[in-house]
Write a protein that binds this ligand. Sequence first.
Ligand code: ADP
Ligand code: ASP
Ligand code: MG
Length: 463
Amino acid sequence: MTSQSVPHLVAGTQSNYTVAKFGGTSVADFTAMNRCSDIICADSSVRIVTLSASAGVTNHLVELCNANLSPAQRQQHIDGVVAIQQAILAELTLDADLASGFNDTLNAFIQLASQVLTSSALHDELLSFGERLSSYLFTQVLRLKGLNAVRFDVRQVLKTDSQFGKATPNVAATAQAAQTLLIPKLAEQVIVTQGFIGSDAAGQTTTLGRGGSDYSAALLAEAINAKSVHIWTDVVGIFSTDPRLCSKATPIARLSFDEAAEMATFGAKVLHPATILPASRSHINVFVGSSREPQRGGTWIEREKTQQPGIRAVTQRKNQILLTLKSPEMLLASGFLARVFTILSEFNISVDLVTTSEISVAITLDNAANASRPELDQGCLDKLAEFCHVSVENNLTLVALIGSEIQLRQHEMNLMQVLSDFNIRLICHGASKHNLCFLVEQSESDNVVQAIHSRLLESDYAA
Ligand code: ADP
Ligand code: ASP
Ligand code: MG
């Protein structure tokens, strides 16, 4: 993720608009969509609605990208997608403009999904259908509530490079397209559009990676100069840890951009890792709440909140790789690390944590499904092996304590007691005051998170 500027945005020109994003469970069926429409009706600042695919649809689409499916398996996944759409459609009568677009899109999906697709460009085209379909249906749900809702194909505006599966947005091109194609509509209409998808310079469909609709919403908010982005999901905000893992996790009322960005980066699935980037650089407040229980409030992520020092949350990111490179030559030698990092960058491998000793360096790499570069190339390992001993460990989890001004001293006793029960592979602290990270065996990581939460974040112990 490179830092990008948005040319047309000038300080002081922020609009009063809100972009509202609804995730997969929020648009899973007609009842859920109906709840979301009430949220939009209650807030006239919402002018762009960014939707995910209905829950389960993208998983079917991912399966359909697998070239080894039997015809029966393929049909099963196609039927799965169609059934989810039909169940919603059964509760609605689409206006003529939406009906023809919806039918064409559904037919195009069935046609493409029936083929064995081997190119990543076609995979992205196939993956885009979930959001393309849900946005037709949701537009009609909003019209039933009397809103002047119009479906808009986000690929006209959300411009990206051609890295299929994990495209990088072109912020300037997106802002420019939004200026002509979106902003003029916002005074009169509620625009219903898709998260997760975009298009490259050649007009080919791209996707931003799993969970990317949060990121889309923040990018669109930036492109229209919105004041806030509301992420409506299935939890009442960002919690001190994943509430599915820890029943005593509690929602956090306020987070700074830095803390929220670290949480998202280090595995809190509730936000796509890049979501905070546009919000932070363009001063857009982010709210996270539950579309099922909007009255319960949620988490506000804002700029310039002076946070109490301390640990606020614990996250985990599974499927990490630990690469240990050892060379006696490193002792008193200069240039070893430079050589290592040059090779890693040649192979486009992004490094997470780094620790060094006199003769070795340990590096963690993200191998998770939505990581920027999932595979560790054999070519890269061979090149490293030319000048050092290389060892690769898989099945590790990166656990991160997130907060403000985290000082190990304050938590040392509690933390060391918790960690002494587990096999800790690496600890990293110091580069950022917002996190303290370590690697553990994946099979133990849920227990580690629960133990840390209980010891450091539940009221009896928390600092
Ligand atoms: P959506 O489909 O709305 O985008 P996601 O499933 O992507 O929803 O994200 C919401 C889920 O994130 C929650 O159901 C929860 O299990 C998980 N999650 C992980 N860490 C956290 C956290 N720290 N706070 C809240 N939710 C979290
Ligand atoms: N539908 C996509 C996914 O399931 C994007 C998203 O929901 O954010 O990953
Ligand atoms: Mg999500």
